[in-house]
Write a protein that binds this ligand. Structure first.
Ligand SMILES: Cc1cc2nc3c(=O)[nH]c(=O)nc-3n(C[C@H](O)[C@H](O)[C@H](O)COP(=O)(O)O)c2cc1C
Length: 309
């Protein structure tokens, strides 16, 4: 997730049992033009494997050039984004805008498939369609399969719906029934029960968690425990949650430097404290965090308050 699931966070998700992670979406054009930030997003760390690099763009030749560059870092797969609803992405023809151009979808998948070594699977992430009048996930999924996609992730909402209303499981089920490649179901998985429900209602092969994992990377352990052993792992205690937040903050500082980490950890801290007593007031504090000492002080205060309460 762009601007949210960076390397520090993804490593945590893997350590809590996520089956795989995907990079933030990377502009194929940026990579092809040698843009430093785009290229740096293609780095792969051994601690976040299995790991997919996700590219977006609408030009098969540019996507090929970027995919070749991505393949040099030996990702476990390369994913093509056909679901991003952001205006700046769709305005340039990428992300979910591709759903309006099925022939282009097929060309891009085939081109990227041919551009990278066969050992690197190429996958596709799509939405249900552009809007309620154009639900075409099944058509797009079949084309992607024919063009060589190894698996497909379906977020059961249209581009116009963005993140509301609740995910449509029927469209994920329809895709699963229409293709022979594995299907990953995505949308509104916030708990082990949601994951089990997604698997049961759609028949999908795997479940992808987005927002539910933000500030709660232990969600993957909870989902695994439930799906594999029907064990209901409780929420970690407050102290442990805060320790995980501090671990993420330390790793972010290692990877991005203290200054950037100080800024970026603010939103993560706010996600971690969601649901804690006094969260609304604490959230305002999170927005003003100025580095690791500040974070330590906030954590100490939360713990002190919780022991008094
Ligand atoms: C802040 C944010 C950034 C996202 N960035 C990406 C991205 O880079 N690539 C992608 O495929 N999906 C991205 N998504 C979409 C999620 O992967 C996911 O499809 C969507 O949030 C629905 O799943 P959820 O209900 O589990 O969150 C993003 C979502 C959010 C909220």
């Amino acid at each position: 997730m762009a601007g949210a699931a960076d390397r520090a966070f993804r490593e945590l998700c893997i350590s809590f049992g996520a089956a795989f992670c995907v990079s933030e979406l990377v502009s194929a054009k940026g990579v092809a033009l040698g843009d430093k930030k785009s290229r740096s997003l293609l780095d792969v760390s051994e601690k976040e494997r299995p790991y997919g690099l996700q590219l977006f763009g609408d030009d098969p030749a540019v996507m090929c050039a970027a995919a070749r560059e991505a393949a040099r870092n030996d990702p476990d797969f390369i994913d093509i984004n056909m679901g991003c609803p952001a205006q700046k992405v769709v305005a340039n023809g990428g992300g979910s805008a591709l759903l309006n151009h099925p022939a282009l979808v097929a060309s891009i998948v085939a081109a990227v498939r041919n551009a990278v070594p066969a050992r690197i699977p190429v996958s596709v992430k799509i939405r249900a369609g552009w809007d309620s009048g154009h639900i075409n996930a099944v058509e797009i999924a079949k084309l992607a399969e024919e063009a060589g996609a190894a698996f497909i992730t379906v977020h059961g909402r249209t581009r116009v719906q963005q993140y509301r209303p609740p995910v449509d499981l029927a469209v994920i089920r329809a895709v699963k029934q229409a293709v022979n490649i594995p299907v990953v179901g995505n949308g509104d998985v916030f708990s082990p029960k949601d994951a089990a429900n997604m698997l049961e209602q759609t028949g999908c092969d795997m479940v992808m968690c987005g927002r539910g994992a933000l500030g709660a990377p232990w969600l993957f352990a909870q989902i695994s425990a439930w799906l594999n052993h029907e064990v209901n792992l409780p929420e970690p205690p407050l102290t442990e949650k805060l320790l995980v937040l501090c671990r993420q903050a330390r790793r972010t500082a290692e990877l991005k430097g203290e200054e950037v980490a100080a800024r970026e950890i603010r939103k993560h801290a706010a996600w971690y404290i969601k649901g804690m007593p006094g969260a609304a007031r604490l959230r305002a504090r999170c927005g003003k965090l100025c580095g690791s000492d500040d974070l330590k002080q906030l954590v100490a205060e939360i713990l002190e308050k919780s022991s008094v309460a």
